[in-house]
Design a protein around this ligand. Sequence first.
Ligand code: PGA
Length: 253
Amino acid sequence: MRTPIFAANWKLNHGPSDARAFLQRFLPQVPRFDDRTLAFFPPALTLPAVVEALRDRPEVLVGVQNVHSEPAGAYTGENAVAIARDAGARLVLVGHSERRHVFGESDEATGRKVRLALDAHLTPMLCVGETLAEREAGETESVVLRQLAAGLGAVTDAEVGQVLLAYEPVWAIGTGRTATPADASAIHTVLRTALRSRVGERGAGVPILYGGSVNRGNVQELLAAPEVDGVLVGGASLDADGWSAIVRTELSR
Ligand code: PGA
């Protein structure tokens, strides 16, 4: 049984003061759930403020949105896995579509980042997803399977269960256009099948989140769809009241 995950990706929004105000408003509205996991991915400079504000809520996880593909060295401006971990991060997004498409991150770099994350005792959340052109060309499955294989390329079979996955179709991110629950389920099933064929039953334990224009109106039916084990939410996670309504969604399975 996979526990549903509600993850907020704040992207380049909310500095430390905004984040503190957000959590002051958000936390009293949200109980300590035992049937779901909450996570925040704030900007790296905001992470220590979020970690501090969650000191009494250790069940809420915090992560960084990216790390560099080398562990340390002369890489001005980058963030490293060990530094993220030291600052209180427990998760790291790897291969978010904005990293891939805006910053040119390669499949190979995602594989290195996943490996570094595991070595640093951070849980990687590997993001995969096709562009609109790839979808229209009928390439969705081959793209996500290629991204999955590369992202897990340096992970041993025994470690596959330590990774989280997020399927985020690029055409649905920040566009207001969401995949239907059936669309999401179909690709999640493709990913699940690939995991199982690589590591057998261990592949059944890997949570696969959906992301892309998730909001209050569609979250419940997305979470009810087979193989959808959580949501990774950008725009609709930025407002404390809106995000608290989403994380309190009644789960129908
Ligand atoms: P969105 O972003 O919810 O604003 O579409 C999701 C994401 O990029 O993780």
